[in-house]
Each structure stands twice: as C-alpha cells, then as structure tokens.
Design a protein around this ligand. Sequence first.
Ligand code: C5P
Length: 217
Amino acid sequence: MNEQTLVITIDGPAGAGKGTIACRLADKLGWHMLDSGAIYRVAALAALRQHLDLQDETTLAAMIPTLQIEFKQGEAWLDGVIVTGEIRNETCASATSQIAALPAVRAALLEVQRHFQQAPGLVADGRDMGTVVFPEASHKFYLTASAEIRAERRLKQLSEQGLSAKLCDLIQDINARDERDANRPVAPLKPADDAVLIDTSSLDQDEVFAAVLHHIA
Ligand code: C5P
C-alpha cells in the first residue's frame, strides 16, 4: 500500500448508482477500483459456508485474516474459487448486513480494504469509504436518491434478468436496509463532512458522471 496514492471515495445507500459511476471513473482515470460491499459480501459468504454464528463477533473477526479475497478477471474470488453469483443472493445479502454491523468485523476488514490503495490511484465505492476507510481521500462523493427511485431501478434490473418483484416490497427492503446501515453504532451510513452530495433521483448516469467529473476537474 502506498499512502501517497490518491483515492476518490463514492459512498451512499444501495441503488444510488455508486457502483456504475465508480467503475466508469476508475476506467476513465486508469485507476484501481474497490467495491467494498463485495468484500463484506465475500466475508459473509465465508461465514455462511463455515456455519458460523452471525452474532459471534470474535469468531467472525478471527476468520477474516484466514480468507483469500480477490477480484480479478471481472469476478469475485474466495479462496481461489469464483463466488460472483453467490454473493448477490438474498441469503448472502442478509448475512452481509448482519456481520457489517459488528465493530470487530469492520476493524478486521479495514486493512483488507486499505490494501487496495495502489498506484496510480483508487476509486473506492461503499458506505464508509470517505468517513472511515480513506478519510484522507482527495475527493469524496455521496450519492443518494429517494427510496422509490432506487426501488424502481432495482425492479428494472431484476426484470432485465427475467426476475419479478413487487415495487412495494422493494421499497420496504430498501428502507429496512438503509435503516440498519444508517443506525448501526459503528461506521454508520452518512456523508463525510467534506463530501460532495449528489441526489441522482432525477439524473441519468451520464449526468451524474458529468457532475462527478466537474468536481474533480
Ligand atoms: O454495496 P452492497 O450493497 O454490495 O453492500 C452490501 C452490504 O454491505 C451493505 O448493505 C452494508 O450492510 C455492507 N457494507 C458496509 N460498508 C461498506 C460496504 C458495504 O457496511 N463500506
């Protein structure tokens, strides 16, 4: 890790469009990209596979340094095996937000995330990138959008995958996840004091990307 290497953080709730913008920005700058949510998801998958108690903070935190978590060839890997699909299922999503609320788990994952800070630069996407993991980042963004808009985006994504869901259920899920992420005692979801806030509710991806580039320029 090189602490002089520049970092741009993009935080915000699920469905605000962070992932797409972070990937576009990393591509444009030729920088590395950290999807911190995927790291939490891989750790949760490992806990599920080992049948660990998802409340047992000490055991979960001790498991983390034993895991080999990698992102290469567009896939997420756990101990040498591709887990890209599995980390996105509902069981894993729910386990993820449970373990993400535990301070010792977050502390153990801190170093894992900081290892991604490599030259020439890093675009980091998550919930606490600008507040906790990379407080020294050169630019910080916080993307948000109303729960209804985020649920509509999710519905569209699901229907593109041939899956169906009810909008009202998605809104409820999003509100519940926001509530858990925003109210946990450690690293709650909130903008860094020095973050640029962008409400993406009425913007398309190109407009959000242009706004981000404008601030960086
Ligand atoms: O971004 P994604 O939806 O994949 O994140 C999954 C979950 O991981 C979030 O709902 C949150 O509970 C947790 N998370 C976190 N801190 C991060 C990234 C994700 O607590 N920096």
